[in-house]
Design a protein around this ligand. Structure first.
Ligand SMILES: [Cu+2]
Length: 470
C-alpha cells in the first residue's frame, strides 16, 4: 500500500516536471511563431502562383535559402513530409507559409473549419445532435542543419478542447475515446491542445541511404498512413473518418521514439510508444511507459504515389477498458496528381484492422477518399467507408452482447468555394453531406437504416506553395 502510494506520488511529481517543461517548450514555440511573423509577408514565395514562382525570388540569396528549405537529406522534397514520420506522394500539394528566422527555416501549416453540424435530424432519441463549433490545428516546423543532417522541431496545437468541447462534435456512428467516464459514441472526440511536440533528425549516411530519429513527448508512431488532418485527400472535409480508430488514431500519442532508415524510394521504421489514447482532459499530457510498438514500410515508387503497410501493438489503448490491448494492421495507397491547368487531385485508399485481446478475428475498415481542387476557386471531395464496429464501440450493449459486430457503411461528399485570400491564406465556404448505412438490427437505435448528416462551414488554410514539382 505504502509502496503504491509512493509510486503514484513519484510519478505525479515527475509528471509535473515534464508538464512544466512541455508548457515552456510550447510557449517558446508560440513565441517563435509570433516573433518572425512579419517576415512571412516579406517572404512572398509562399504566395507565388506557379507561373510566377520561378521569377519571384530574384536575388541569389533568396533562391539559395529556398533550395535549402525545400529538400531534406537525399534531396527528398518537403512535400513528401506527412504527419509524424509518414510519407505523402512527392506530388502532394503543400498548403503552408514559409519564412526564415536567422538561420532557421520555418514552415507554418494550419487548417481551421468553423461549422454548423447537424446529424440525424438532431433528434437525441435517434442519437442525433447539432453544434456550432470549430475544428482546427496549427503547426510550426523549424529546421536547421545539424551534424551533416537536418534537425526539425515541431509544435502542433489545437483549440478544439474549447471550440469543439470535451464531448466532441456530433458525428453519427463515430466511436473512440471517452467523455465523463463513458465511451464516446456518435461524436468525434476533440483533438488535444498538444497534438505534436517533436524533434526529428535526418541525415544521409551514403549517397542513397539516410537515417532518421524522431523523439516526441507528443507525436505519432510509425503506424498507419498519414493521419487525416494531414492528408490532402481529406483537406477540405471537416469531418473525421469513421474508421479513425482502425487506421490513424495513434497520431496523438504521449511519448514516441521512432528510428528509421530510408532511400529515395523506401523507408523502414520502428517505434516504441505509449499506446494509451488521450484521456478526456484535453489540455494535459498523459505520459505512461513506452509499452507499445509499431513498424512500418513505406514505398514512394514515383512522384504521384505513396504506399505503406504497418503493424502496431497498442497496450491498453482505452482508459475505460484497461484489460484490452490491440493489434492494428494497416495498408494504404496514396495518389496525387495535377488535373487541368491548375488543379490538384489527391486520393487515398486505406485498409485498417484491429484485433483486440480475446477476439478471435479482425475487425476491418476500408476507406476511399478523394479531394479535387479543380482550379484556384472550386474544390469537390468525397469519402466512402466500411467499418466493422462492435456493440461496445456503438454503446448498444443494453440490447446486444458487447462483442457483436455490426457492418457500417458511410458515403459523404462536399464542395468548397474559395471566397477571399488573407495573409497568405485562403477562406472558403463549403458544405458536406453524409449518408450512412446500418444493419436492420440497429434501425431501432438510429430510427432508420440510413442516418444522415449535413454540415456547412468556412475553411481557412494557407495558400498552396508550388515549388519545382508540377
Ligand atoms: Cu485524431
Amino acid at each position: 500500500m505504502r509502496a503504491t502510494t509512493g509510486t503514484i506520488m513519484r510519478r505525479d511529481f515527475i509528471g509535473d516536471k515534464v508538464r512544466d517543461a512541455t508548457y515552456l517548450t510550447a510557449a517558446a514555440l508560440l513565441l517563435g511563431i509570433a516573433a518572425p511573423w512579419r517576415l512571412a509577408a516579406q517572404h512572398a514565395m509562399a504566395d507565388a502562383p506557379p507561373t510566377a514562382a520561378a521569377g519571384r525570388d530574384t536575388t541569389p540569396m533568396a533562391g539559395m535559402s529556398m533550395a535549402v528549405s525545400m529538400t531534406g537529406p537525399l534531396g527528398l522534397p518537403m512535400s513528401r513530409d506527412g504527419s509524424g514520420t509518414s510519407w505523402l506522394p512527392d506530388a502532394a500539394p503543400m498548403h503552408a507559409n514559409h519564412f526564415t528566422a536567422g538561420s532557421w527555416e520555418l514552415m507554418l501549416h494550419y487548417l481551421a473549419f468553423g461549422y454548423y453540424d447537424r446529424q440525424g435530424g438532431a433528434d437525441p432519441a435517434k442519437r442525433g445532435d447539432d453544434q456550432i463549433g470549430s475544428v482546427n490545428w496549427v503547426m510550426l516546423m523549424a529546421s536547421h542543419g545539424l551534424a551533416g543532417g537536418r534537425l526539425q522541431l515541431r509544435g502542433m496545437f489545437s483549440a478544439e478542447p474549447w471550440t469543439v468541447g470535451r464531448r466532441g462534435y456530433p458525428l453519427l456512428l463515430q466511436s473512440g475515446e471517452s467523455y465523463h467516464g463513458q465511451p464516446l459514441h456518435d461524436r468525434q472526440h476533440p483533438h488535444d491542445l498538444f497534438m505534436e511536440l517533436a524533434a526529428n533528425y535526418e541525415r544521409a549516411i551514403a549517397p542513397n541511404l539516410g537515417i532518421q530519429l524522431y523523439v516526441a513527448p507528443v507525436g505519432e508512431p510509425a503506424s498507419g498512413p498519414p493521419a487525416f488532418p494531414h492528408r490532402p485527400s481529406a483537406g477540405n472535409d471537416p469531418m473525421a473518418p469513421l474508421s479513425h480508430h482502425w487506421q490513424d488514431a495513434t497520431h496523438i500519442s504521449f511519448g514516441v521514439i521512432s528510428a528509421g532508415i530510408f532511400t529515395r524510394m523506401w523507408k523502414l521504421e520502428g517505434s516504441v510508444f505509449n499506446g494509451r489514447e488521450p484521456d478526456e482532459d484535453r489540455t494535459d499530457i498523459d505520459f505512461r511507459r513506452l509499452d507499445s510498438y509499431a513498424g512500418r514500410i513505406t514505398v514512394n515508387p514515383a512522384a504521384a504515389w505513396s504506399l505503406s503497410g504497418s503493424y502496431a501493438y497498442l497496450a491498453s489503448p482505452e482508459v475505460l477498458f484497461p484489460g484490452v490491448s490491440q493489434h492494428r494492421l494497416t495498408a494504404s495507397v496514396l495518389n496525387d496528381r495535377g488535373i487541368g491547368t491548375r488543379g490538384r487531385w489527391s486520393s487515398a485508399l486505406i485498409w485498417g484492422a484491429n484485433k483486440e485481446s480475446g477476439d478471435a478475428g479482425l475487425s476491418n475498415s476500408a476507406l476511399l477518399e478523394s479531394n479535387a481542387d479543380l482550379d484556384t476557386r472550386n474544390s469537390v471531395f468525397g469519402r466512402i467507408e466500411y467499418v466493422q464496429k462492435s456493440a461496445r464501440d456503438l454503446a448498444v450493449t443494453d440490447t446486444f452482447v458487447p462483442d457483436r459486430i455490426f457492418d457500417i457503411g458511410s458515403v459523404s461528399a462536399g464542395y468548397v468555394r474559395e471566397l477571399t485570400e488573407l495573409a497568405g491564406g485562403s477562406v472558403g465556404i463549403g458544405v458536406q453531406l453524409s449518408l450512412d448505412l446500418v444493419p436492420g438490427s440497429l434501425e431501432p437505435v438510429y430510427g432508420t437504416r440510413s442516418p444522415s448528416g449535413v454540415s456547412v462551414f468556412f475553411r481557412l488554410r494557407p495558400r498552396e506553395m508550388r515549388i519545382g514539382l508540377q
